[in-house]
Design a protein around this ligand. Structure first.
Ligand SMILES: [Zn+2]
Length: 444
């Protein structure tokens, strides 16, 4: 094939970002210490280049990327490679079996340990800096491996694995995760997104597939326990290696799954991550993908300032006092979440929250969108529907973890995700409109 400067080049590299055993784990509201490693956590970088345009997408097996880590890693990656920070997407896969390394809950546990013991015995190393180093190394190595590639993209359909977790109940309320076979369930309060967006990267010979970028909307909370694990994407990769070889890399960009998980409330069986991974791998391997014949790499980015939720001085003082009641029976679960949220939101300055939206165009048929936060599936579906690109991947938890980004409808209905959110109602719709605007700018 022609290897002109205008052909698409790609490079992939993987680094280990597993924290030390004994570090605090994320995902729930109690203090939980890791006791070992089920499978290692990775930072996986895909660097793309066409002509003078360069971009990097990095997927980390952690709950989310803190704004601080995002800023430091992107600046250092630019120093090492020259890729502009605005062309670098950093995503957390949202594994609930990784480290708790930022937010109000981490600060609370950390400060309590320091107050009681003079130091924090669970943070023996500076994990955020190790994470930054792991991301930068992955980008640098992937950049060094750039070579002409062939790419193919498509969207497969996956039914029966993902479920909307908010339900209308017989008492007129909307509840999240009401329990399997709960007789008071009337119907789901929202849709799912069965689309599995796939981009295969093959060597210039057109045969050897060395990586796939995959996008699917299903919460990565299928493992639990105290062993570090990358959750179900680990099993997707293991299964796909059976087809593509042991050096194959899965780049998993989590879809908009703020209100989506793996519980089928109509049954009493909970699917295991190995089954979810094997099923998705089968769907991905069978996906009908079309060659990207005319690549046209380009990146657009915008920062949307959305209003944040406001609390009175009295509410903030009370919440700070109530942090002691988290993970105890002294307070209801939703009140604990609200307490943590009010304290967490104080770490952000100003009346707005900056939401960074990125769009990467691969060709006039394929685009990738990066959004911050745990985004409701309705936002992702709206973006895909309005996108001029037949293959549009929408990846959440990029650049900053701003907690849940519900819809206006969900804010009116209430329940867990709206309590555990920082943006004011309407913020998600503003972000969605911006993503659609950028897609249309690049699509014409
Ligand atoms: Zn979550």
């Amino acid at each position: 094939m022609a290897t002109t400067s205008q052909s698409l080049q790609a490079g992939v590299a993987v680094t280990d970002i597993t924290p030390p055993v004994g570090y605090r784990m994320c995902g729930y509201f109690n203090e939980r210490l890791s006791t070992g490693v089920l499978n290692p956590l990775h930072a996986k970088a895909l660097v793309l280049r066409q002509g003078d345009t360069r971009a990097a997408l990095v997927f980390c097996d952690i709950i989310g990327i803190s704004a601080d880590v995002s800023q430091r890693a992107r600046q250092q990656a630019q120093r090492e490679t020259g890729i502009p920070p605005e062309n670098i997407l950093l995503a957390g896969t949202h594994s609930h079996t990784g480290p708790l390394y930022f937010d109000a809950l981490r600060d609370y546990f950390h400060e309590k340990a320091v107050a009681q013991q003079g130091k924090d015995p669970y943070e023996v190393r500076d994990y955020p800096s190790e994470l930054v180093a792991g991301i930068v190394k992955a980008v640098t190595q992937a950049d060094a491996r750039l070579r002409p590639v062939q790419a193919e993209a498509g969207v497969a359909q996956q039914q029966g694995l993902s479920f909307n977790r908010r339900f209308h109940m017989t008492d007129g309320t909307v509840r999240f995760n009401p329990g399997l076979l709960n007789p008071d369930i009337v119907r789901p309060a929202g849709p799912i997104d069965p689309g599995v967006g796939v981009v295969f990267f093959r060597e210039a010979n057109g045969r050897d597939t060395f990586a796939s970028l995959v996008n699917f909307a299903l919460h990565l909370d299928t493992t639990g326990g105290t062993l570090y694990a990358a959750d179900y994407p680990y099993f997707i990769e293991q299964n796909l290696r059976g087809k593509f070889g042991k050096d194959f890399t899965l780049l998993f960009g989590t879809g908009t799954c703020g209100d989506i998980n793996h519980f089928d409330v109509m049954t009493k069986d909970i699917r295991k991550p190995a089954v979810i991974g094997a099923t998705l791998a089968g769907t991905i391997a069978a996906a009908r993908a079309k060659a990207i014949a005319k690549p046209s790499l380009a990146v657009r980015r915008a920062v949307v300032e959305v209003p944040r939720q406001k609390f009175t001085a009295a509410e903030i003082a009370q919440a700070k006092k109530d942090m002691d009641k988290i993970a105890t029976a002294e307070m209801s679960f939703l009140d604990q979440v609200r307490t943590y949220k009010i304290v967490d939101i104080q770490s952000r300055r100003g009346a707005t929250i900056p939401l960074e939206v990125q769009v990467f165009r691969l060709s006039d048929e394929v685009a990738v969108v990066g959004l911050p936060g745990e985004v409701f599936v309705e936002h992702g579906l709206a973006i895909k529907k309005a996108s001029p690109f037949p293959v549009t991947l929408v990846i959440e938890l990029c650049q900053d973890d701003v907690a849940y980004v519900p819809t206006k409808k969900a804010f009116a209905e209430g329940s867990y995700e709206t309590v555990n959110s920082r943006v004011a109602p309407g913020g998600g719709e503003m972000m969605t409109e911006t993503a659609i605007r950028l897609l249309k700018e690049l699509g014409t």
